[in-house]
Design a protein around this ligand. Structure first.
Ligand SMILES: C[S@@+](CC[C@H](N)C(=O)[O-])C[C@H]1O[C@@H](n2cnc3c(N)ncnc32)[C@H](O)[C@@H]1O
Length: 277
């Protein structure tokens, strides 16, 4: 059982060196910005960026890729935003006409921030449901038409482990793949047959592995865009050498791609085969 192939667009955007945040249309403060999504201007703010990640260019690259693509259709979908953080994707989906959005995050601070951003944008908050749970333990009694996610992608090391929302947003075990692996494992449970998964996938966390695993499950896959940018090491400046050393080991093993301090984010689209195909 395989899904129809998805058109691959070979657009590559090179974002400025030494800058994170170039994909915002405007910034009104370090943790408040404006972005456009399919014709609507939207606001996004984070009250405490140490508790909830203010969206980076990595997350915004999927927004930019979806602005350039005519698919998927978002009107009327029942969507799941995995690792919602500030709710940037939940806000975008509701603004684009999603019927319902479930914003899931392991970080309890995400729910209030996501709701606040939905309300600020005067979107219908009754269409949003926030769930605090690790993806690995999330077992809803429904399947979604669309799933969207931007998993943490930096490798874990005890020498720089810290206990805050930034850590859980950026760093993951299994060499940065823990949440990617959970997304692969859970997708048949969460996504309806024929449904779409949208993913901002870091080149530091083995893009080919994820594509191979979904292909083996019969999913169609395509690339909506590729964005080159700086590795976001600012929050880990004093551990830069340790982190780059771990990434180099991954690169030598063929599990990471980067050049100096530059890496790429792949805006990927997967489609689960319709039932009976
Ligand atoms: C890179 S951030 C993305 C946030 C937001 N979607 C964006 O693009 O700005 C990853 C998010 O995943 C959440 N997260 C990390 N591990 C998780 C898990 N096991 N289950 C659910 N959420 C998780 C983090 O709390 C964080 O909000």
């Amino acid at each position: 059982m395989t899904a129809a192939p998805i058109q691959t667009l070979s657009r590559r955007r090179v974002l400025p060196v030494g800058e994170n945040g170039s994909l915002w249309e405007a910034r009104t403060s370090p943790s408040c910005g404006v972005f456009e999504f399919r014709g609507t201007r939207l606001w996004l703010a984070v009250e405490d960026p140490a508790k909830v990640l203010f969206p980076t260019d990595c997350g915004l690259s999927l927004i930019a890729a979806l602005n350039d693509a005519s698919t998927p259709e978002l009107t009327g979908v029942n969507a799941l935003d995995i690792g919602a953080g500030s709710g940037v994707y939940s806000v975008a989906l509701l603004a684009a006409g999603a019927e319902r959005v479930t914003a899931l995050d392991i970080n309890p601070a995400s729910a209030a921030q996501t709701m606040a951003n939905v309300v600020t944008n005067r979107l219908d908050a009754t269409r949003l449901k926030c769930v605090t749970s690790p993806l690995e333990e999330y077992a809803p009694d429904e399947k979604f038409d669309l799933v969207i996610t931007n998993p943490p992608h930096l490798p874990y090391d005890p020498s720089y482990a810290r206990c805050d929302g930034l850590e859980v947003a950026l760093v993951a075990r299994s060499n940065g793949r823990a949440m990617y692996d959970a997304v692969v494992d859970q997708m048949d449970t969460l996504l309806a047959p024929g449904g779409t998964l949208l993913m901002a996938h870091s080149s530091l966390a083995d893009v080919p592995k994820t594509v191979k695993e979904f292909t083996a499950r019969g999913y169609g896959s395509g690339t909506l865009g590729v964005f080159e940018m700086d590795i976001p090491l600012l929050a880990y400046a004093e551990h830069r050498d340790t982190m780059l050393g771990l990434l180099e080991e991954q690169r030598e093993a063929g599990r990471a791609e980067f050049d100096g301090s530059r890496f790429t984010v792949h805006a990927l689209m997967f489609r689960r085969p319709p039932s009976g195909v």
